[in-house]
Ligand binder design. Structure first.
Ligand SMILES: Cc1cc2nc3c(=O)[nH]c(=O)nc-3n(C[C@H](O)[C@H](O)[C@H](O)COP(=O)(O)OP(=O)(O)OC[C@H]3O[C@@H](n4cnc5c(N)ncnc54)[C@H](O)[C@@H]3O)c2cc1C
Length: 265
């Protein structure tokens, strides 16, 4: 859930939206909605395939935010003292590692660590989004370069002509050393798929560990090592095997409850 400022406007460069299948998560989302922090975006995306007419595909309601998805993380942490720092040694005491397994593995052994696929996100500032063959977002099928496209102004609600493209893992792997070099092939893929004019500006972001390609068979991990507890959480800890914002929330919540019970809180 990353929403950096690009050209004076927040853009969702990681997760593009979230879904709500879990009742407990739904209660939290209702609260965000009541406070204007989140809104229902759409239940219909377009499916794009080279040489075929665009098709509409209905699915679950996708939610967006006016302030970028990161604003929801900030909201959850509003009463929690937070110190932001890169940790390179496992801290003392009980610890929760809520991050992709390869990142947690740098700090300690992760039980049955799962592998990940990369994505490079390319953000494109357009003169107008009106010539796109979709208003909200599109799943791209059978394309070697791009697999998802979203109009950031549509999901955020301000109408900005900012398009966000997520590459395929195959395309991303070729550019992990130099994410900016993914911009040209993505722009070319978009010209081929949508016929849009060259963008006014672009920005690339590398997600080396974007998607777990397998999942743990539990909603969290908890081990005792050297007399202290080490917890593992994240969207890879998901019984349904669907790595999403809501599964990451479920995982962290379940781990929190288990820790509270173990520690007698
Ligand atoms: C490109 C992309 C598109 C996505 N699209 C969607 C979508 O549309 N809908 C959806 O529901 N989900 C989507 N997801 C998945 C969603 O983003 C994840 O499910 C969710 O962010 C997982 O949350 P998490 O807390 O498990 O881990 P993360 O969000 O990965 O958070 C882990 C955090 O740990 C930090 N960290 C790692 N190592 C260290 C260290 N050593 N020291 C300090 N901090 C560290 C990282 O910087 C990061 O902030 C997408 C993900 C990506 C990458």
């Amino acid at each position: 859930m990353a929403s950096p400022l690009l050209h004076d406007r927040r853009v969702d460069t990681g997760a593009g939206y979230f879904t709500v299948r879990d009742d407990d998560f739904g209660a939290l989302v209702d609260d965000w909605a009541a406070r204007g922090l989140a809104h229902e975006w759409t239940d219909t995306f377009t499916v794009l395939r080279a040489g075929a007419e665009p098709e509409s595909k209905s699915g679950p309601t996708r939610w967006g935010t006016p302030g970028g998805l990161r604003s929801l993380v900030r909201d959850l942490l509003r009463d929690v003292p937070v110190e932001q720092t890169d940790v390179d040694v496992l801290p003392a005491g009980h610890v929760v590692l809520a991050m992709p397994d390869p990142q947690a593995s740098r700090l300690t052994e992760v039980p049955d660590a799962v592998p990940y696929d990369p994505v490079i996100t390319v953000v494109l500032g357009l003169a107008t989004a009106s010539s796109l063959p979709f208003a909200d977002a599109a799943f791209v099928q059978d394309d070697p370069d791009v697999e998802f496209l979203a109009v950031d102004g549509a999901r955020r609600g301000d109408g900005a002509p900012v398009l966000v493209a997520h590459t395929t893992a195959e395309r991303a792997r070729r550019h992990l050393d130099d994410p900016d070099s993914a911009v040209a092939p993505v722009v070319e893929a978009l010209r081929r798929l949508t016929g849009i004019a060259p963008p006014e500006w672009t920005h690339a972001h590398r997600w080396t560990y974007a998607k777990p390609s397998a999942s743990h068979e539990a909603s969290f991990g908890l081990v005792e090592r050297d007399g202290r507890l080490i917890g593992f959480a994240g969207d890879q800890w998901c019984l349904e095997g669907s790595p999403r914002v809501e599964s990451a929330w479920r995982s962290g919540s379940d781990l929190g409850a288990a820790l509270a019970e173990r520690l007698g809180a």
